[in-house]
Write a protein that binds this ligand. Structure first.
Ligand code: ATP
Length: 198
């Protein structure tokens, strides 16, 4: 089954785009949502996190102590790399399990990940799609969606590769800048991917 990686910077609209693909019947694996889930459900990952960052990473009920972990990794790139080295293989394991549940009639699947290129998961994909939008548009969308300040959104943006770098790596681009129809761009790609798998 063909695997298409889809990504985009914060507020680019990648989740919105994935919902359109879902409406066309394409199964979508949301890597970032799954990563959050498995932090509290995957015993191998939980053990690894406790060993790396202390038992206080979880409370007695098994709830993740986000503040503790974020406090360690936010300004320490070695600790962040350590966390990623635990989480990324666990997400790959979850993706393989999920793939086993995908109906064989599906023409292809999408794997949505904010850090598709940064994490190297693009290498496990047959094709990649980048959703782009201008930075001011993305700032407006995310401040409105999350009630965050522009500074908070910019801080998160600065932890991601910029669009210029990702455009060089992506096979296809969807421009979600409100100047052209996103639905038409999705339909065009869907037709192309469906033809490849026929
Ligand atoms: P994140 O990386 O934070 O998860 P994202 O790339 O998945 O963000 P979305 O959540 O899809 O982005 O979109 C961000 C916000 O912008 C949402 O509130 C969404 O409804 C809105 N949005 C996305 N695309 C458009 C568009 N073309 N027109 C208007 N609003 C849009």
């Amino acid at each position: 089954m063909m695997k298409i990686g889809i990504t985009g910077g914060i507020g680019s609209g990648k989740t919105t785009v994935c919902r359109i693909f879902e409406n066309l019947g394409i199964p979508v694996f949301y890597a970032d949502t799954v990563a959050k889930d498995i932090m509290v459900t995957d015993p191998v990952l939980i053990r690894g996190v406790k060993d790396a960052f202390g038992d206080e990473s979880y409370d007695a009920a098994g709830k993740l102590n986000n503040k503790h972990i974020a406090g360690i990794v936010f300004n320490d790139h070695i600790a962040l790399a350590k966390l990623n080295a635990l989480v990324h293989p666990a997400v790959f394991r979850a993706f393989d399990l999920w793939m086993a549940t995908v109906p064989s009639a599906a023409p292809y699947v999408l794997k949505e990940a904010a850090l598709l290129f940064e994490s190297g998961s693009n290498q496990a994909c047959d094709q990649t799609v980048l959703v782009t939008a201008p930075v001011p548009t993305r700032l407006k969308r995310v401040t409105e969606r999350d009630g965050a300040t522009e500074e908070q959104v910019l801080a998160r943006m600065n932890k991601q590769l910029n669009d210029e770098e990702k455009i060089k790596m992506a096979d296809f681009i969807i421009r979600n800048d409100e100047s052209q129809s996103v639905i038409l761009q999705v339909m065009e790609l869907h037709n192309r991917f469906t033809k490849i798998t026929e």
